[in-house]
Each structure stands twice: as C-alpha cells, then as structure tokens.
Design a protein around this ligand. Structure first.
Ligand SMILES: C[S@@+](CC[C@H](N)C(=O)[O-])C[C@H]1O[C@@H](n2cnc3c(N)ncnc32)[C@H](O)[C@@H]1O
Length: 163
C-alpha cells in the first residue's frame, strides 16, 4: 500500500470534496500546509512536464493538491523534483464527466496507483464513490497500456494513440 496525502486549502466545496471522504475512511491523510507535504512524494501537478509512469514505483507516497480548479496555483511547488502530470484519461465524476485531464483528486490518485501497479488500492479508494469504479471502466485500455510502459517517454508516446 502506498501512503496517500492531500494538501487542502479549503477552496473547494467541502460537500463535494473527494479527499475528505477518503480521510474519513482512513484512506488518505489531509495536510493543510505545503510545508507538511513530504518532499519525496510523487506530487500530482497537472502542469508538470513529466508524466506518471511505472518508473515512479520507488517514490514513497502520492500527494494531490486538493483545491478548486479556479485557484489551482502550483507556483509554490514548481521547484519540487517529483512533480508529475497524468497522461490522457477521462473523468468519470459527475462534475466533469467525459472531460480529459480534469480529474478529481481521488481519480488522479487512483490512476497513479494503477499505473504504479497498485491496482487493488486503486479500486479500494474509488469504491466509496457512486461513480468511482466507473473511472476504471471508462479508462481501462489506456490505464492498462500506461501500466505496461517503461518510463514517462513511453507513457507520452502511448497517450498520443488515445488523443
Ligand atoms: C484541482 S483539484 C480538484 C479537487 C476536487 N474538487 C475533488 O474534490 O477531488 C484536483 C487535483 O487532482 C490532481 N489531478 C487532477 N487531474 C490531474 C492531472 N491530469 N494530472 C495530474 N494531477 C491531476 C491534482 O493534484 C489536482 O490539483
């Protein structure tokens, strides 16, 4: 099991917040200051240049930046070494259903777990959400292909086949 963290700045609607639900079930840890995010973590940042790939299996944890998309500002973490973006995947949550790249925090963490080979943990964290396992169904093919890739460049090459 890979430890999951979420940095929350309280800018998104707490009733719809996916990481709050995970934290309530002991499946993720919420931190409220950037200083408390472990520096060695795989940091999920949609603006990162490097894609998540199986070559990241050695990283000890995964962290999402759980804030509203409208205020997402990754300036404070732009120098962090292990920032990663997810390759082409479509959202299954009701707010952004069918939209590529704009995933909820739980979808982003589940996709990362899947690509790193932690498929059971990916299913476990999606299960509390009505639409959760649908995310794995609609992205089944690309997720399987990304999980077979060697590194970030291979993931990016595979992504081109789906876009
Ligand atoms: C902007 S927040 C929105 C959270 C949403 N309100 C919720 O309750 O889940 C989503 C976070 O998930 C991660 N994420 C989503 N899509 C991503 C992508 N394509 N690449 C990397 N990280 C992504 C990032 O950490 C991003 O900041």
């Amino acid at each position: 099991m890979i430890p999951l963290y979420a940095y929350r700045d309280n800018t998104c609607d707490p009733r719809k917040c996916t990481v709050k639900k995970l934290a309530q079930r002991g499946l993720a840890t919420i931190v409220t200051s950037i200083a408390r995010i472990p520096r060695s973590t795989l940091l999920l940042d949609p603006t990162a240049e490097q894609a998540v790939s199986p070559a990241d299996r050695h990283l000890p944890s995964i962290t999402a930046l759980d804030c509203s998309w409208e205020v997402l500002d990754t300036g404070a973490v732009s120098s962090w070494r292990n920032r990663r973006a997810l390759p082409f995947l479509v959202a299954a949550n009701p707010v952004n259903f069918g939209r590529p790249f704009r995933l909820t925090s739980v979808e982003a963490m589940a996709a990362t777990l899947y690509i790193l080979g932690e498929k059971e943990q990916a299913r476990t964290i999606l299960t509390p959400f009505r639409w959760g396992l649908r995310f794995l169904e609609v992205n089944a093919e690309p997720l399987e292909d990304y999980a077979q890739a060697k590194d970030s460049s291979e993931v990016v090459a595979i992504q081109a086949l789906y876009m």
